[in-house]
Design a protein around this ligand. Structure first.
Ligand SMILES: [Fe+2]
Length: 123
């Protein structure tokens, strides 16, 4: 099971604890629970998340949160980032992770004019 949540394209979460003044997108829910197939494959389609300020000087880069739970109750909470985004280099969470290179997803354009990327998860 994978819970996925993210900010909208303006950097606003659809959550009561997001007190930012960033714009609400009433057409974007921002949360989804999915399950992988029997081989562990998963996919989802979403919008590109916006960045958001968490203090006067700190801006979080675009990222997507994931909480993965296995059938035998192992879990992992993580965030995926987008490779080469300029805000990544100053992000304190990404840059203190010993798995930084694994958390940055490279996006490529697909035939359907969508950007796609692969984020492998190992628990
Ligand atoms: Fe976040």
């Amino acid at each position: 099971m994978i819970d996925i949540w993210q900010a909208n394209s303006y950097g606003k979460y659809n959550h009561e604890n997001d007190f930012s003044k960033n714009k609400i997108d009433e057409f974007f829910y921002g949360y989804k629970r999915i399950t992988s197939d029997k081989n562990g494959n998963y996919s989802f389609t979403t919008i590109f998340p916006g960045s958001y300020k968490i203090s006067k000087d700190i801006v979080r880069p675009p990222h997507i949160h994931l909480l993965i739970k296995t059938k035998n109750n192992k879990s992992l909470t993580t965030q995926l980032y987008f490779k080469n985004h300029p805000y990544n280099k100053n992000d304190f969470i990404l840059n203190t992770s010993k798995y930084k290179s694994l958390l940055e997803v490279s996006l490529t354009w697909s035939k359907k004019s969508l950007r796609t990327g692969i984020f492998n998860i190992v628990i």
